[in-house]
Design a protein around this ligand. Sequence first.
Ligand SMILES: [Zn+2]
Length: 729
Amino acid sequence: MNLGFHKLNKRKAVRFAAAAFLIFAVLALAAWIAAPYCVADPMITLRRITPTHTYLDRNGVPVFYETTHDYEWRFPVELKDIAPEAVSIMLSAEDYAFYEHGGVDYQAILRALWQDVKNAKIISGASTITMQLAGFALVDHRPSLVRKFKQAAMARRLEQFYTKDEILAEYLNRIPCGGKVYGIEAAARFYFGLHASQLNRAEAALLCGIPQMPNKYKPNAHPEAAKKRQKIVLDLLAHHGLITADEARTIYESEPLRYRDFTQPADFEFKAAPDETIHAVRRARAEKERTGWSHTQGEPVLCSIDADFQRDVQAILKRRRDTLPGVHDAAAVVLDNASGEALVFLGTLDFNEQDDGQYNAANAVRSAGSTLKPFLYAEAIEGGLITADTRVLDAPLRYGTYAPGNFDGAFRGTVKASYALSYSLNTPAIRLAATLGEPRMIELADKLHILASRRPGNGFGLSMALGSAGHTLLSLTNAYRTLANDGMFRPVYYRHDPERPLPPGERVFSAGTAQTVMRMLTSLPLTGFEGTAAWKTGTSNNLRDAWCFACTETLTVGVWFGNKDGASSESLVGGTAAAPAAGEILSLAASKYDLTPFKSAWPKEDALEPVTVCAKTGLSASPDCEKTESSVKPAGIPLSVCKSCGDAASAETAFRILSPTPTVYVAEKDEGVRLDLATNEGAYWFVDGVYLGENPAPRIFAPGLHRVEAVRASDSAADAVEFTVVRKK
Ligand SMILES: [Zn+2]
């Protein structure tokens, strides 16, 4: 009875145990199946770790290598860019059944367990490549059974979501290869100075041995250990039948390991610290980001700069700077007119200089001096107010408390607009600015994108015409490029992209206006450049900034000399400090690029058309004008008609010179004839182009032809008289 009861109980217990085991097995199986869906995708973690970013110049020359945030070197490559031998060696050494298993190699686990049991210690982890890759994403690196299980689950998840080749490529790009070197490409470059695609079998076998214990096997520190490890890998290949034992021996004994010279830094280490190109690099990077580029991508960023050219420009600026007492800094921008790509973007001469070496002077807001004048003239030409031959007045003027003079302190009376612009006369420019008015000047500055900031309330005043509003070298260079590009504004680019379509652009001036101004700016030769350039210098108030901008048909150069702290120096004069540097840069550019000079590109006749102008005013001739001459003006823009000649002008109220008169004076004495200078109202006087001031005393005129000019102080109305003095026979 008791026995029967026991039997019954025992049977029950067995059944219960079997059921429990079955439930456990089903649950375990369910857990195993569900596991991949319960762990995070390790690839997301892995791809968040940024690679080393390579920045190349427009010719493919490396300019900067930016390490990962933890200063690691990692250059991701695609599987096709790794030598096939290296790939198959890695597979044989690490995971022979890689293409067969689903992330976990059960056979290998059993084999490993058997070995572990047989040897009574853990020898093999039986980790597949997929599991190792998953392991790279785990923070906890201590080996444990839980970690192993998690790793296996993650590996299975990887296998479900990614192709074998994706997993393999990711793995090869992440293996630790000693020190801060990660991935096969970084390792090939660091140890051999080669690309992963160039590795031979010996080198590949050696590299494949490193990840096991990277710091023990890195060949620059432990060449013998690395070599021993290489032999183990080669034997494994022979064991798997990938090569014969003889081949393994031949590779080990005679295939060369082409180590680079370890006493020198690796190629990427040369450009690991930022230098003067960094400002261009940063802009290229920002531009790349705007195109949707992600930091986790390994592809190089192609910068617009020409690193060689920029280095030469830097040398020119340094050499010139050293000849200028009290001047420490300079900057230069060179733009390709057509594409808008910055070939040179140099904001500092020495990036590592302690105080302000990192400061980008090419983007600093400075006073622009006379460099805005061409745009004022352009605006006046665009409005039909003047053209290149129109006479403008260089005489004292005063607007409230503002009374600008010229750089040399002299006044020249009535001169042609092209002369006034070439010689950078201030008072004609201010008169133009007053005529245009401040709102129109601000609108113009906006269209050219040169206004660095807005000032609330009264605005900038007329001194804005002399650059007081504040502008950057970069924006001004692009404004000059706008003139060189027939008046069309387009943005500057810092990435080299020959495929980039030309943006439509914003029209600031008509082509005829832009060409007229460019022609006006070519009338003087640019020191240091043999071709024809349209150029303009500028010197800011109190001698703080020296500028020069120079355009050819294809390139625009902008140069600035000054001090980043704003200190002034007597040598900061645009014409002597900046212009020769701009000339030298253009000469250098001519040896590198196709620098079509303006001369051969002109005249673009369809943009300009002939016009008959009054010989006295240079405005469109009216029937009353006595003498006329031929000139050109932008096509389609009517030029203001001369109103100074004829009946209206001779009326009693008109301002005119009363003495001298247009006649022939006979001199009684040898030295000449004494004449009064008189008008019907108070005036500024000019005799033979020399300013005499207000109400000058009677004056002796020597025999010869003379020209006397008077300008009414109140409204700048002018009259001129020509006369001849002859000796008495
Ligand atoms: Zn006239």
